[in-house]
Design a binder for this molecule. Structure first.
Ligand SMILES: C[S@@+](CC[C@H](N)C(=O)[O-])C[C@H]1O[C@@H](n2cnc3c(N)ncnc32)[C@H](O)[C@@H]1O
Length: 411
């Protein structure tokens, strides 16, 4: 494998960057979303009447790719905002609903521009002034309230308007996406002040979202709020192919990444909610999740790879003050994934092929070969034909790669 990995490139087409211009896939970005292209290349290898499962829905890339090809798909996530987004992305929209959303969006903008609605309350996001200027916040509060005035029923019209609103709120913010996770633009320059006609930004976003809404998928997606560690508890059907990108053991917090959308749409009310949700997430480490790790104890009945203890010791004994907590983090990550692999077989048809797109990780120089740990766990739980294939370099660190770990469930 080493000769092969030397030739690997970073391949932007294998990341979320490829999705931005791809219709509904481009509605909202999540940096750790994977590329539609990766999913399509895998799905195309299989027959046309298969059902697809993704236990880690995220922005719904797998489900949308599958249903766009006419396949049925199911997907789970523990984050209710992502469940809402993936449901909106995979929904079928009638022409009349799209026309109604267009009319309602323009009417809402007119109300917001004239300032004749009671503005919505500002979301309780920490340091909101860092995110949006006073003018941008004022406009967004007016627009949110106006949207909810023109369309007060839950359903497809308000979903489309809220997706457009989410696009606009990010464009008017000082958020930057040039790092692995969301950060602030240099000098925290808020785009609203560079682009004074925020109304035009919203109209562009509305047009983009409605353009995507016209591309109705051919298949049906089932999008379920649930914990991937207990798949049979939330999904009754069985599947032929799994294509998924689980959280990596890299301490990325999806809640942190998504907080601007989640606060504006009311999915988060305070920092406590945010860190409780992150504790539920595999690999989550934001807020209280870090202190809970200190009290977490390993489940001795949960199988993990035989070489894991040596890696954990190296991380714990490393030359840094966080070694112990990082070692616990990796141990919990592996136990969570082991529980997932164990639960997976209950929702697979005999002969099902699973694909995990996952990156390895380093902790102060100690390499965690997540892909090898997955391969070992799949073998342990009765999968065969386990294959580990490097697909791209993740950044300038030569050892950080992304892999497709695949295996067959014989039933
Ligand atoms: C790498 S992201 C998936 C990105 C997705 N492939 C996409 O293209 O947007 C991993 C996802 O796993 C979800 N997740 C973390 N722990 C989970 C759990 N226990 N059960 C279900 N989903 C979980 C996170 O909320 C996050 O959305």
């Amino acid at each position: 494998m080493h000769g092969m990995t030397r030739q690997l490139r970073q391949r932007a087409d294998y990341t979320h960057k490829f999705n931005v211009r791809t219709g509904r896939h481009g509605w909202l970005r999540l940096t750790p979303a994977y590329s539609v292209k990766v999913v399509q290349e895998i799905v195309e290898r299989y027959g046309s009447s298969l059902s697809i499962l993704d236990p880690f829905c995220g922005t719904g890339t797998t489900a949308l790719s599958a249903v766009s090809r006419g396949l049925d798909a199911a997907t789970t996530d523990i984050n209710p905002f992502l469940i809402w987004l993936a449901t909106a992305k995979t929904a079928h929209y009638a022409t009349s609903e799209i026309a109604q959303a267009d009319k309602a969006g323009k009417a809402a903008l007119d109300l917001a521009r004239r300032g004749i609605v009671e503005p919505a309350a500002e979301p309780p996001i920490h340091n909101i002034e860092r995110w949006w200027s006073n003018r941008a916040r004022h406009f967004l509060c007016q627009l949110k309230s106006a949207i909810e005035t023109v369309e007060d029923r839950a359903g497809p019209v308000i979903d489309l308007l809220h997706v457009a609103f989410c696009r606009t709120l990010i464009k008017l913010s000082a958020a930057a996406f040039n790092h692995q996770s969301m950060s602030f633009k240099e000098g925290a320059q808020c785009s609203f002040d560079l682009n004074p006609d925020a109304g035009e930004v919203f109209l562009d976003d509305l047009a983009f979202v409605l353009g995507g809404a016209k591309e109705n998928p051919l298949g049906i997606a089932k999008i379920v709020l649930g914990d991937a560690r207990n798949l049979s508890g939330c999904i009754r059907e069985k599947f032929d192919v799994v294509v998924t990108s689980p959280p990596y053991a890299n301490r990325m917090s999806y809640i942190r990444e998504l907080r601007p959308y989640m606060y504006w749409l009311g999915y988060l009310k305070n920092g406590r909610d945010a860190s409780e949700l992150d504790w539920l997430a595999i690999g989550g480490t934001w807020g209280i999740a870090t202190s809970r790790l200190a009290d977490w104890s390993s489940n001795k009945n949960c199988w993990t790879p035989n070489d894991l203890p040596a890696t954990l010791r190296d991380i714990a004994n490393g030359d840094n003050k966080n070694g112990e907590i990082l070692s616990r983090y990796v141990a919990k990550y592996c136990e969570d994934m082991s529980t997932l692999f164990e639960s997976l077989r209950h929702v697979l048809n005999p002969g099902a092929r699973v694909h995990y797109i996952v990156g390895n990780a380093t902790f102060y120089g100690v390499l965690v070969s997540t892909e090898q740990a997955y391969a070992a766990m799949l073998l342990k739980y009765g999968f065969t034909d386990v294959d580990v294939r490097a697909i791209r370099k993740r950044n300038s660190k030569k050892e950080l790669l992304e892999f497709d770990v695949s295996a067959t469930w014989c039933g």
